[in-house]
Design a protein. Structure first.
Lengths: 434, 333
């Protein structure tokens, strides 16, 4: 491998240099400048997303390489599920991409398996990123991912269908989960579309919001389960009650709606009035639906112990430990996070930018759908409690476990209590909790 | 590389076997060696020719099948995950006994195999007999019936089935014409596996073609003789067709059982890769995939792969053992 390294500087030497951290980083960056440096100047760059994202990200890559002679980038866009299969295989096979998009479900798994580089070793300007945002990508005192941007859960509502059902918009600053159940029941009863499509009751992040409103959380700081059986029983009981009241579809249809994907989901096809989504998904859904949506706070924000909503890091930029060119990788991440060229194209697609200076700058130029999300986040930010801890190793499977037990519940194969027990048992095993 | 290995392996028994060998036998090897020397040059030339002709297959076998198999066998004794793994001995295999989802996946796979294979072979045989009558435009029908075999395992067909058997799909619209309220055939845990079995039965084309070939080989004189003796249609089928077809049935049975155990695509697409609803279509292969690629437990996934291999090996061995009692080869009387 050293044979392909034209500079003659060994990797080990550089690794040592890396220990000097910030002090050595500019030096490495300088090495990168003359086309050789510590690495080969070739970066594999992976991300997941939809076609529009692939197109503008390619433009960002072009802008980056135009500015940085001697660095070539091999981009690999992918669709979310396929992305994780491919990443797992490439990391296992020791040819991980140099720079990659990460998600908080998996960030810790990869960091724990030594696949990611602590980003302190690179020269990345973090001066415009808030401490709270940075924390979401840190554990054991090191940064393994830098948030691209933030987003929040919101209840997306189709106002035309609410009106068609002869109902008025609820006041989301005061409403409880009971109000929500009543609202969706009325929507189903008085309109043609179903009140809520129930895709999100199996989403562990939404349950986390519910638990946080009760002063609990999905996970604790030390990687254990942080909620009580009573809380989760209440959650499942609400699902059963809503199903029996007709607020959500019959079980088979929920399964189908889930399998159909975001573009064919009831909210997007106007066969459902409300659904919970992340704020950066609004645009995609509105464009399929062809009309505007309204954003409401998740119910129970003001009726619990504390608000449960939190700003989630939409995704992270990470660098592989095995990168062939640390300096170039650092430059690319810095460019993605901080440059005008990058943010002018990215706007709010990877969450409302984590770089607050850039966030201010692009706010006026956001398209209407991203503006909705940005305004929503701006409105709720003052109310928010401290964010949840980084999910523990093994938590990536929580979504699948929750979907599995949710399905047994809605088909009446298990009771509320059995569903809770199954979820807690399986998730404990997955995260190695006591 | 592989040549060296062979040489090493060979030289071992020779060197260890030589010392205890009786000295009296010493003169004997000489002429033998000389003979072998001549034979060797010819044989080795032929061997090289054979090897070079085989190489496209051989390289593929070593690189794509044997290599990964050896690797996965090793990995099944480690906790390999994302490029790192340590030896854990039998832990992965012990874990199998205490894994309810694995038990569920074995159950699902077994039901799928033992229901769909007999149905599929039955349908294939029936169709083969009908087509064997020499209908007009038979090659057309044969192609039509073979079509599902080509398409059945494809992603597009699985997606289509998800639509056709959906709550508002074609099947339920048809049922509604008769006033029947249909279910979500792929989204309800009680019916999802049944729908997948149906999809598998539908791909009866390839066993059907093999049955057809088998039927063609049965000499017509047997039927004529049976007719003369007054045997009816059923009698001729039971006493002539079936016994003479048993080798073909056996062949199809072995192949289809192996295929069914390895089924993956349909369940993966229909359940979005999760074996749902409520694990009702969690095939062993799907669970293996889930463990390896979703939960990062490559070591455990490798162990599951070897479990699958063991199950298939056992059933294939059983098949061969039992074949003595029912398979009739015309030449063994």
């Amino acid at each position: 491998m050293n044979a392909t390294n034209p500079s003659g500087v060994s990797r080990r030497t550089l690794a040592k240099a890396g220990i000097f951290g910030a002090a050595a980083a500019p030096l490495l960056a300088a090495c990168g400048e003359d086309g050789g440096g510590d690495g080969d100047g070739e970066l594999d760059f992976w991300w997941w997303g939809s076609d529009p994202r692939h197109e503008y990200t390619q433009k960002i890559v072009d802008a980056f390489t135009a500015k940085n002679d001697g660095i070539t980038i091999k981009p690999s866009p992918n669709e979310f599920d396929a992305y994780w299969d491919a990443l797992n295989v490439s990391v296992s096979g020791n040819n991980a991409p140099d720079v990659l998009q990460q998600d908080d479900r998996y960030l810790r798994d990869y960091a724990d398996k030594n696949a990611l580089l602590p980003l302190e070793e690179l020269d990345i300007d973090l001066s415009n990123i808030e401490e709270n945002t940075l924390k979401t990508g840190q554990f054991d005192g090191k940064t393994y991912g830098i948030a691209t941007g933030v987003n929040s859960f919101a209840l997306l509502v189709n106002p035309a269908l609410v009106e068609a059902a002869g109902l008025t918009m609820p006041d989301d600053t005061t409403w409880s989960w009971a109000d929500f159940a009543q609202f969706t029941t009325d929507l189903s009863a008085q309109g043609d579309a179903v009140g809520n499509s129930a895709i999100s009751f199996s989403n562990e992040s939404l349950f986390n919001v519910f638990a946080r409103q009760k002063g609990e959380s999905l996970y604790t700081d030390d990687g254990q389960l942080g909620f009580t059986e009573a809380t989760m029983n209440e959650w499942w009981q609400m699902v059963v009650d809503m199903r029996d009241a007709g607020a959500i579809p019959e079980a088979s249809k929920i399964v189908e709606a889930f399998a159909a994907g975001q573009d064919q989901a009831p909210l997007a096809t106007a066969t459902g009035v409300t659904e919970f989504y992340w704020t950066n998904q609004i645009g995609a859904i509105q464009s399929v639906l062809g009309s505007d949506l309204l954003l409401l706070r998740v119910p129970g924000e003001s009726t619990g112990v504390q608000p449960g909503l939190y700003l989630k890091s939409a995704m992270f930029w990470s660098v592989s430990r095995t990168t062939s060119d640390k300096a170039a990788a650092g430059k690319l991440v810095d460019f993605l996070l901080n440059s005008d060229e990058s943010l002018d194209l990215m706007l709010g697609d990877r969450g409302l930018p984590s770089n607050t200076a850039q966030r201010e700058r692009i706010l006026p130029s956001l398209p209407a759908d991203q503006k909705l999300g940005a305004d929503f986040i701006a409105a709720i930010t003052p109310e928010l409690a401290e964010g949840p801890p980084v999910p523990p190793v093994g938590s990536g499977v929580a979504a699948d476990i929750m979907l599995g037990v949710f399905e047994t519940l809605i088909f009446d194969d298990t009771t509320v209590e059995e569903t809770t027990a199954a979820f807690m048992e399986q998730l404990s095993a997955a995260i190695g909790a006591a | 590389m592989s040549d060296n290995d062979v040489a090493v392996v060979r030289s071992k028994p020779r060197s260890s076997g030589a010392p205890p060998g009786p000295p009296a036998g010493a003169p004997a090897p000489r002429p033998e060696r000389a003979r072998r020397g001549i034979g060797n040059t010819i044989r080795s030339r032929e061997r090289w020719a054979a090897l070079s002709f085989m190489s496209p297959w051989l390289i593929g076998l070593l690189a794509i099948t044997v290599g990964p198999m050896v690797a996965s066998f090793y990995l099944s004794f480690t906790d390999y995950s994302l490029g790192y793994g340590e030896w854990v001995g039998m832990e992965n295999y012990q874990r199998m006994f205490d894994d309810p989802r694995l038990a569920q996946s074995v159950k699902v796979t077994a039901i799928y195999t033992f229901v769909s294979v007999p149905l599929q072979l039955g349908a294939a045989l029936l169709l083969a007999i009908v087509l064997d009558r020499g209908l007009r435009g038979m090659s057309f029908y044969r192609s039509i019936f073979y079509l599902p075999s080509l398409l059945g395992a494809s992603v597009a067909i699985a997606i289509m089935w998800r639509q056709v058997f959906g709550t508002e799909g074609l099947v339920n619209q048809l049922l509604a014409l008769f006033g029947i309220q249909g279910e979500g055939w792929v989204s309800h845990p009680d019916y999802a596996l049944g729908t997948l079995i149906l999809l598998h039965v539908w791909t009866f084309g390839s066993p059907m073609i093999i049955f057809l070939a088998g039927l063609r080989q049965i000499p017509t004189m047997y039927y004529e003789a049976a007719k003369v003796d007054g045997a009816g249609v059923m009698r001729r089928f039971v006493s002539v067709t079936l016994p003479l077809l048993t080798p073909i049935i056996f062949f199809n049975l072995v192949l289809q059982i192996i295929n069914s155990f390895q089924s993956f695509t349909q369940a993966f697409i229909v359940s979005s890769g999760k074996g749902g609803p409520a694990d009702s279509t969690l095939f062993l292969t799907l669970y293996l995939y889930d463990q390896g690629f979703t939960q990062f437990n490559m070591g455990y996934a490798s162990a599951i792969a070897w479990l699958l291999l063991a199950i298939i090996a056992i059933f294939t061995a059983l098949n061969f053992l039992m074949s003595k009692f029912w398979v009739f080869y015309g030449d063994n009387d």
